[in-house]
Design a protein around this ligand. Structure first.
Ligand SMILES: [Zn+2]
Length: 136
């Protein structure tokens, strides 16, 4: 628990929160500024800034929560699909790992994950593959 972390405060119910799912490890709640109705977050109750701060067991619990909540959101909002994502170490975001689940509908004017950024790809596929393999 981090004293001043807003999501740790949500876990402790020190600030108002619309909980949609909760178990011993995971809390899921309505995003404070929903992109669309039913936009929720899923977090581990244990504080950590990013996926690097949790072990595989914790991450498994988190994804299990994401799966459960996704089923409920898709059904409740009769979504055609969902966009499920992490803004990893995003500087303006809350520094407590959270996964967004955003209900999607046909013609909702949103894009797919690949539309978030479109940079120029100058290096060869082989070079980029080797750069990632060799990084430690
Ligand atoms: Zn926290």
């Amino acid at each position: 628990m981090e004293e001043n972390c807003i999501f740790c405060k949500l876990v402790r119910k020190e600030v108002p929160v619309n909980v949609v799912f909760e178990n011993d490890d995971v809390l899921s709640f309505l995003e404070l500024n929903q992109s669309v109705e039913g936009h929720v977050m899923v977090i581990l109750k244990k504080h950590g800034k990013s996926i690097f701060d949790y072990d595989e067991k914790d991450l498994g619990k988190l994804m299990s929560g994401v799966s459960k909540v996704s089923k409920k959101v898709q059904k409740a909002l009769t979504a055609d699909s969902l966009t499920i994502g992490i803004n990893h170490l995003e500087k303006q975001g809350v520094p407590h790992l959270h996964i967004h689940i955003i209900p999607r509908h046909e013609n909702d004017k949103g894009g797919i994950i690949q539309s978030i950024v479109r940079g120029e790809v100058k290096r060869s596929r082989e070079e980029i593959t080797q750069m990632i393999i060799n990084a430690n």
